[in-house]
Design a protein around this ligand. Structure first.
Ligand SMILES: NC(=O)CC[C@H](N)C(=O)O
Length: 307
């Protein structure tokens, strides 16, 4: 990992602005292991396609990646399965909270998109069938792309989610009743909670997202996704990556992005760079308040967006 000057001044300016900004939201409390985080914590990293990384604040501090991981499992499974995957999960915004059950019955157990919990459960289930260890395949991928062999699961977070997992269990059982889940639900939930519990820093996640800025090419130069599939993943991030706030996120930030309730958000400027910002205080839709604000400032200050 190297650091140099190009993006550094803008990161420092954003961090300074965020420090002065009142109103940071609240850490997720439905997963007790995440509730204790101070909303004032903040880190941000930018990675260029060649692996150069810039950072500010707590950019090397590991945090709970949570739903940010849904981007990587989607990419891994899309690479394996191709378009058939879209017969089992849609690619339309849900307009509903990330853990909502309501659309599933009307839509015959096919979730709206891979970034709400129901859709991510379908993707992880299919990845597990093909790899025998979906969470392990994800961890291997993140370690390779970030260059950080120390990335690991946080057992306390996984246990905390398991103990409070009734809603995810309900989603999985309901989809299983439509034949859209292959593995036994307890096996799938174990994989999904491990996936969500991965601890990684802004630097790790900005680097791991690099394949989406490189149009599908991994850090080692091999191809994970076709150029067209990389475009598809970026498009689904733009339209669905921040749940029922995706319209507002596109309006303010103008980049493909994916949030998690650990307070992380990744974002992509195709061809140019990837970003990850972390601040644990969330808004009522489960997106980091300072994280969205920081990305909003980044695209405003640099003029870099997909529009
Ligand atoms: N939005 C999120 O980050 C949700 C992930 C969390 N593990 C859950 O299943 O509820």
């Amino acid at each position: 990992m190297t650091t140099s000057a190009t993006f550094q001044p803008v990161l420092e300016r954003i961090a300074e602005e965020m420090e002065r900004r009142p109103g940071r939201g609240r850490a997720a409390d439905y997963i007790p292991a995440l509730a204790a985080f101070d909303p004032n914590r903040f880190g941000m990293a930018i990675a260029e396609p060649d692996g150069t990384v810039y950072g500010v604040g707590e950019w090397r501090q590991p945090f709970s990646a949570q739903s940010v991981t849904k981007v990587f499992t989607l990419a891994l499974q899309l690479a394996r399965e191709g378009d058939e995957l879209w017969e089992h999960v849609g690619r339309e915004p849900s307009g509903n909270p990330f853990n909502s059950l309501v659309q599933l019955e009307y839509e015959n157990g096919i979730p709206r998109n891979p970034f709400i919990n129901a859709g991510a459960l379908v993707v992880t289930d299919r990845l597990h069938t093909r790899t025998g260890d979906a969470a392990g395949a994800l961890l291997d991928f993140l370690r390779a792309e970030s260059g950080n062999p120390e990335l690991t699961f946080d057992r306390a977070v996984a246990a905390s989610e398991t103990a409070h997992g009734d809603r995810n269990a309900a989603l999985a059982h309901f989809m299983a009743s439509y034949g859209n889940i292959d593995n036994p639900v307890p096996v799938l939930l174990g994989q999904y909670f491990r996936q969500c519990s991965i601890e990684a820093s802004c630097a790790d996640l900005a680097l791991a997202t690099g394949f989406l800025a490189r149009h599908g090419v991994r850090a080692d130069g091999t191809r994970l996704l076709t150029r067209s599939q990389a475009k598809q993943v970026n498009a689904v991030m733009l339209t669905c990556g921040t749940y029922d706030a995706a319209g507002e996120f596109a309006y303010r930030v103008g980049l493909p992005g994916k949030s998690g309730v650990g307070g992380g958000i990744i974002a992509v400027v195709p061809g140019r760079c990837t970003l990850c910002v972390w601040s644990p205080g969330l808004d009522e839709r489960g997106n980091s308040v300072a994280g969205v604000a920081a990305l909003d400032r980044f695209t405003t200050l640099t003029g870099l967006s997909v529009f």
